[in-house]
Design a protein around this ligand. Structure first.
Ligand SMILES: [Zn+2]
Length: 423
């Protein structure tokens, strides 16, 4: 089966930037040519006039909730949300029920994702048994079953010695740690950012130091062990500064932030809006600006969503009791493109943050070159649309962006040469 994507503006930062035709044969890129230059016969033609065609977007941090909480999301529904958002691949975190801390669950997730046949799913397995922070799991088995990285996301590994051993052990199997950085003793029961808004609302505050102290520990341990660490969902200016300094001296640290951290601040909590409750919490305006600067200067390597589905009933409770997290797969590109429209990033920068850098961190190459798997996102960066959670593919609706007007969205997603989503 040969597919031709014609007349699109192909943007593969560092390689291609201009009008090209892309030819796909049996799931792989066959050729990237000047428009009309290659005269094979295509079985299927996709007209991309007026669209950007980019390497597939990759979300390094999502929660698919299966096994265990299928009423919030399933692997299938999460993957459908992913491809609607323009993502050709996602990494799913291990805090399922049961926890993905053994090869049996890892390979089951891989099988379910293959059955769904939408986005590629790369499981992130747990660092410690049951996310308990004590016993290291069998990393060789987990890798053999398809784990791409290790994380106790949702729970910090509080014991420094355990994290040191985890880094050394992961390195031996060419895996890396994704660290959820949080010092729980400093969180001390807080439920939103520590500051004037929390004080006004009478809610317990979570200080910036609870995050960046652990960021500094992970940097120190990565430096000591010579291993690679990836910092999840960076939310504070101090974390950005610490990562910037670490990179400057050659520590193997990479980091992600999420669209909500550069789009919203603690003010979004407004009148106890649980849709703005997440962990780490929405921070101050100074933090938001530092996050954008971190994206601009490469301190933050990628944009991930931390897509965290919850049922409406679970969020419709007093603020203190509500679970943390918002969904993000179907709004990520639109929110991130705002940085381009507002002049903070070029489109090429954004494609680096949402596609090229995640691929590099995960040890993949998604250059649009002959022979590479045909994972592509077609986007209309000027299309105006309203965020309508009721029409999401995700089974959950917990987003603070409902009703927002965004500019730019994915209009087609191709995974392994198959058109898995089209507007
Ligand atoms: Zn998470």
């Amino acid at each position: 089966m040969r597919m031709k994507i014609e007349n699109g503006h192909v943007l593969d930062p560092g390689h291609i930037d201009g009008l090209r035709d892309i030819w796909i044969l049996d799931g792989r890129i066959e050729a990237v040519t000047e428009p009309g230059a290659y005269m094979e016969k295509a079985d299927e033609i996709l007209d991309a006039e007026g669209l950007f065609v980019t390497p597939g977007l990759i979300d390094m941090h999502v929660h698919l909730r299966e096994p265990g909480q299928e009423y919030k999301e399933t692997i299938e529904s999460g993957c459908r949300a992913a491809v609607r958002g323009g993502f050709t691949a996602v990494c799913c975190m291990p805090n399922t029920r049961p926890v993905n801390d053994n090869a049996g669950i890892t390979s089951w997730i891989v099988q379910q994702a293959e059955k769904a046949g939408l986005a590629r799913v790369y499981p992130v397995a747990a660092i410690t048994g049951g996310l308990g922070g004590q016993q290291l799991n069998e990393y060789a088995d987990l890798k053999g079953a398809g784990a791409i990285a290790l994380s106790d996301d949702g729970m910090p590994v509080l014991d420094g010695q355990t994290m040191r051993r985890a880094m050394e052990y992961a390195q031996a199997f060419d895996l890396f740690i994704i660290s959820h950085c949080e010092d729980l003793s400093l969180v001390a029961g807080g439920v939103m950012n520590e500051g004037t808004v929390a004080t006004r609302l009478g809610l317990g505050g979570i200080p910036n130091i609870s995050e960046y102290l652990m960021v500094e520990r992970e940097i120190g341990l990565a430096e000591l062990t010579g291993s690679r660490v990836h910092i999840a969902h960076v939310s504070t200016r101090e974390s950005v500064r610490a990562i910037r300094h670490a990179k400057a001296r050659g520590v193997q640290v990479t980091a992600e932030t999420a669209p909500h951290y550069f789009t919203l601040t603690e003010e979004a909590v407004g009148d106890y809006d649980t849709l703005a409750k997440m962990n780490p919490p929405l921070r101050s305006e100074a933090d938001r600006q530092a996050i954008i600067e971190g994206l601009q200067d490469g301190t933050l390597d990628c944009i991930a969503t931390d897509h965290a589905p919850h049922a409406s009933m679970e969020k419709e409770v007093p603020f203190d009791e509500a679970p943390n997290g918002i969904i993000g797969l179907e709004t990520s590109l639109g929110l991130s493109l705002k940085l381009v429209h507002d002049g903070f990033l070029s489109l090429a920068d954004l494609i680096r943050l949402m596609s090229k850098n995640p691929a590099r961190i995960l040890g993949m190459n998604n250059d649009l070159l002959p022979g590479a798997p045909a994972d592509l996102t077609l986007m209309d960066i000027k299309a105006s649309w309203e965020v309508a959670p009721a029409s999401f593919a995700s089974l959950s609706r917990n987003t603070p962006f409902g009703g927002w007007q965004l500019t730019g969205q994915a209009v087609a997603t191709i995974v392994g040469g198959r058109l898995v989503y089209k507007v």
